[in-house]
Design a protein around this ligand. Sequence first.
Ligand code: NAD
Length: 249
Amino acid sequence: MSKVAIITGGGSGLGQSTALRLAEEGVRIAVVDIDEEGGNETVDRVKNLGVDAIFVKADVSKSDEVKKYVDQTVEAFGSIDYFFNNAGISGSGANFLDTDINEIEKIVGINLLGALYGVRYVAEVMVKNGGGSIVNTSSSAGVIGQDTVVTYSATKHALVGLTKSMVAEYAKDGLRVNAIAPGPTETPMVKTYFDANPKMKESAESGIPQKRLGTPEEVAELVTFLLTSSAQYINGEVIRIDGGFTNTK
Ligand SMILES: NC(=O)c1ccc[n+]([C@@H]2O[C@H](COP(=O)([O-])OP(=O)(O)OC[C@H]3O[C@@H](n4cnc5c(N)ncnc54)[C@H](O)[C@@H]3O)[C@@H](O)[C@H]2O)c1
């Protein structure tokens, strides 16, 4: 039987491109997103590749909705082999001391609690079934400090701890857990920001040794490698995919 993946934030950007890339491998996909339109678009595109997919509308910051997307996936497909724990938001870009407490709570709720709840419920199914593979989406800001993204950076560093500690506890049960740390990548989120601030795009690109942003397809390729059996002995790693950006910091 073909493998099954859950992808959170699967309605856009890195989640959508990874859904399409995994579908090329015949992997059935549960697309989880708060955005119904984007989620359904991904499902349609996966189905057009001849692969089965479902959309589950869920807010990852709510534990009962996380349990719901896990239960619905098992109900639809019978198991969970791969989990791309990817939904996230970036924040307003304000300096930390000017940041509203509501914004801090929102970023922590989605990026950190959402990721913890996801691993909590998905890994439970995987361990019961003899194992599985998880990729958590950290960030460049999860491996170095950066200004104007203090809360975001704190949550993305936390995902590194989640990744390594899950391996310490559950590798013996057949779990592989890795993280990716992308630099600025041309997803809709980043594109909208740079279209409105072209100078910021130039300055971001000039700070990257390869002098360009990453593409969602490049990230999807890495995630597919890490999730599938190609990376059987890679566990607890944080793989940077940033054109050399954090290497020069
Ligand atoms: N694009 C980049 O440059 C970049 C760099 C490093 C890390 N990341 C991380 O990659 C991940 C994906 O980002 P992206 O660039 O593809 O952004 P994106 O905005 O294109 O996609 C994110 C998706 O997550 C969904 N989402 C947001 N809040 C949600 C919630 N509460 N519940 C369920 N779904 C929710 C959105 O609806 C959207 O479809 C994020 O965790 C982000 O922090 C992105």
